[in-house]
Design a protein around this ligand. Structure first.
Ligand SMILES: [Zn+2]
Length: 178
């Protein structure tokens, strides 16, 4: 099954840009959220931020088993405690790292009807929110690693890129086109 979008992979500059605040919650945004959810479920993932499909706007979709949700212009108001979790990212495929972050957060934002929402999140949901909010600020989970671990991870990513075979050249009437 093909999903509406390809998830952008580390190295793509859109993942490093700070996303813009959303000023209008309209039908187009709702449609975009639907497409993002479809893309997220197809991967599969439990969260997907707009920059991960190349859209520099401040919102993300998620589902930790309680149904599809979206959060627009999210802001972390407060965070407490510490929690270690083996964290992965669709934009850094097939890698995961033990990362320490606050255990609980209080996050506010808007839903797709334009209503203000205020959520007290703990453990997995809290982690998901912090991870997706990072994406809106151009931050990747690699930035949370110590220098040595990050260097190793970047090397694995570079080696992987070198292993990717070149796209096949198309043959047309005996001519090889680039
Ligand atoms: Zn991610």
């Amino acid at each position: 099954m093909s999903s509406p979008y390809n998830v952008r992979i580390v190295g793509d500059p859109v993942l490093r840009a700070v996303a813009d605040e959303i000023t209008d919650i309209d039908g187009r945004l709702v449609k975009l959220a639907d497409d993002m959810l479809e893309t997220m479920y197809a991967e599969p993932g439990i969260g997907l931020a707009a920059p991960q499909i190349g859209v520099g706007r401040r919102f993300f979709v998620y589902d930790i088993g309680e149904g599809p949700q979206a959060l627009v212009n999210p802001v972390i108001q407060e965070s407490r405690g510490e929690w270690t979790f083996d964290e992965g990212c669709l934009s850094v495929p097939n890698m995961s790292f033990e990362i320490v972050r606050p255990k609980e957060i209080h996050i506010t934002g808007y839903d797709l009807d334009g209503n203000e929402v205020s959520i007290e999140a703990d453990e997995l949901l809290s982690r998901l929110f912090q991870h997706e909010l990072d994406h809106l600020d151009g931050v990747l989970l690699l930035d949370h690693l110590d220098d040595d671990t990050r260097k190793d991870a970047m090397k694995v990513l570079r080696d992987r890129e070198l292993e990717t075979p070149e796209p096949k050249k198309r043959k047309l009437g005996g001519l090889s086109l680039p």
